[in-house]
Structures are given as C-alpha cells and as structure tokens.
Design a protein around this ligand. Sequence first.
Ligand code: FEO
Length: 164
Amino acid sequence: MISKSMQDAINEQIKNELYSAYLYLSMSAHFEGLNLNGFAKWLRIQAEEELGHAMKFFDYIHERGGQVILKAIDQPPAEWKSNMEVFEQVLAHEQKITAMINKLYEQALKENDYPSQILLQWYINEQVEEEKNATQIIENLKLIDAHGTAVLMLDRELGKRESD
Ligand code: FEO
C-alpha cells in the first residue's frame, strides 16, 4: 500500500499535471484566435498529453490502494505578447514540472518506495522529451527572427536527405 505522504505528494502532482493541461489549452485557444492553427493543434495535443500524465498518476494511486483527492486548479493566463513568449513560458513551466518530478523521486528514494521509483522514472524520461521539444520550438522561432523563414525551410529540405 502507498504511504500517506507519497499519496499526498502524488495527489498534488495530479493537480500540477492538470494545471499543465489547462495552461496549454489556454495557449491553444490563444493561437486559435490568431488563426495559427498549427500552433493551436500542437498545444492542444500537448494539453491532452498532460491529461494523460495526470491520469497515469490517478490510476497508480488506485493500484496501490490509495485515495485520489482532486484539488482546485488555478486559472491559467489567457494573453501573451508574442509567439516567443508563449513557448518561453512552456519551457519554463516544463522546467518547473521537472523539478517537481525530481522531488517526488527523491521522496520515493527516502521512503524506499520502489514501485513509485519505477513509475517516476517514466516521468523523468518524459520530462527530458518535454524540455527538448519546447527548446526546439524556441530555437526555431529564434532562427526565423534572425534569418527569416527561408533558412528554416531549407533546413527542413536538407533534413529530408536519406543516406544511400
Ligand atoms: Fe506532464 Fe509536460 O509534463
């Protein structure tokens, strides 16, 4: 059975993952309003992924005989000044989530809670991916600012080459 302290910490993280979904859905709505449908779609899918992260914790608590207690979710921002600002916030948010996951892992180590350690290793890997994806978008936006879209299109073109 899961310890009360680990249960409480994971319940808190369910809320954080749901807030992530809320934040990205708000960003998606922002881009819908700008008719940037690709950006909107990317963030909508990201929001769905976050819901998946919350549900993975939700199921885990039940598997370990614990109790899920849902907490209130804060209202996310609704307006951003630039595309860059949105993705800088995505990256900053993911870095915050990474720190939270790392803290949960430290707690699982301290409590000798091996099942939670295994579960959290999945999230640790996921966070590497999440930070990489956000960084990549920021770097692409910087490239557009510095060189215009043509360089980015040429890069895509060159990237299509297969080895012989
Ligand atoms: Fe659930 Fe994007 O971390």
